[in-house]
Design a protein around this ligand. Structure first.
Ligand code: ZN
Length: 366
């Protein structure tokens, strides 16, 4: 991932953008601006039979109250994507709300509460299940009504399959089918995409970009900043276990780390365990306090060299990752006036051990 010129200008605070920058500088005088946002991800609402993907209604109402009272501004997800491309500013403590999979409980429980709070929401829809009329999913009529009511519809593939376990041809065909369903039922193709399970190799990111989407999201934790890959942006997952009030307030206030590159960039692993090398631009002066956690909250060894430019972090898992999705999360206390209690948060999701048609999946990336 290479930062664009505009993103670098933005990060470094340089005056590179002519009139647009002049307007932005003027705006700074009246309202604190930010180059990052926190994107939240929900699935089901008040469905206690599915605690790993559902949020309790009392938890959801606490989240909404926290956003209303915590100095946050809930913005449309498209504004976040545009800001990360350097096309607009965001308010300080910007938060965007996303919901995946179009379950009925979004219509009956989630949306009425978000709407009453005046919060914009993007709903990522996988089209095959809706086309098939699955009973726990919204219908196209209901999705059209939600769109009229202010919900932004995003794309979430057609099949909701595991992209890294699918051949490139199957992924391309899936994207074509999803776009056709959206055009047929909504009259347009959504601008934003979310990978099923947050799983994507570099080839999948490239195909989603080539398919015409403006940005794409995974399911790795972390604040989204201007150096992040716009086709693999982080989101914080919220469910009954991870939806408690203290954690919610912590994640809603998080800031990104200025990570300019990740090695290996390919999240479909060819080595297990991998050594992750993160390169930072202008690392915070307390970078040696960075703490990283591996799967299940296990501590992973992280070594930091902030004495070189750019600074580098090496993360070494202490044991092999198990098959499937594995995540590493790194946190660091934020410094500076007005940042008390805030944390930088970088998360990364990797995939190990998938195979397709008897061929190790990474073969298609070689
Ligand atoms: Zn999904």
């Amino acid at each position: 991932m290479r930062p664009s010129f505009i993103r670098l200008c933005w990060l470094m605070g340089l005056l590179c953008g002519g009139v647009a920058t002049a307007i932005a500088v003027t705006a700074v005088a009246v309202q604190a601006q930010s180059t990052s946002a926190v994107v939240l991800m929900y699935h089901r609402f008040g469905e206690g039979a599915f605690p790993s993907t559902s949020i309790r209604l009392d938890q959801l109402e606490d989240h909404i109250a926290a956003l209303q009272s915590g100095g946050h501004t809930v913005v449309p997800l498209a504004d976040v994507a545009a800001a990360l491309r350097g096309e607009r500013d965001l308010p300080d403590r910007a938060v965007a709300i996303t919901v995946d999979d179009a379950y009925q409980s979004f219509l009956t429980q989630g949306w009425p509460r978000f709407k009453a709070a005046g919060f914009p929401v993007t709903l990522f829809v996988a089209t095959a299940g809706v086309d098939a009329g699955y009973s726990d999913l919204l219908t196209w009529d209901e999705l059209r009504a939600l769109q009229t009511d202010g919900v932004t519809i995003g794309a979430h593939s057609h099949s909701h399959g595991h992209f890294p376990a699918m051949s490139a041809d199957v992924v391309a065909d899936d994207l074509t089918q999803a776009k056709a369903s959206f055009v047929r039922e909504l009259g347009h193709i959504p601008a934003l995409f979310a990978f099923p399970y947050g799983e994507a190799g570099q080839a999948d990111l490239d195909m989603v970009q080539a398919a015409g989407f403006a940005a794409a999201f995974g399911q790795h934790s972390g604040a989204a900043g201007p150096l992040a890959n716009p086709f693999y942006l982080p989101r914080f997952a919220l469910n009954e276990s991870f939806g408690n009030p203290a954690r919610f307030r912590l994640i809603a206030d998080t800031l990104p780390l200025p990570i300019a590159s990740i090695d290996p960039l390919e999240s479909v692993l060819t080595e297990n365990p991998p050594v992750l090398t993160l390169s930072l631009i202008n690392p915070p002066s307390n970078i040696v306090a960075l703490t990283c956690f591996g799967p299940g909250g296990t501590t992973v060894t992280s070594a930091v060299d902030a004495g070189i430019s750019p600074g580098q972090i090496w993360i070494t898992p202490e044991q092999m990752f198990s098959k499937g999705r594995v995540r590493v999360n790194c946190t660091l206390p934020a410094l500076g006036a007005g940042q008390e209690g805030r944390w930088h948060w970088f998360g990364w999701q990797m995939i190990s051990g998938f195979e397709t048609e008897g061929v190790p999946v990474h073969a298609r990336y070689q």
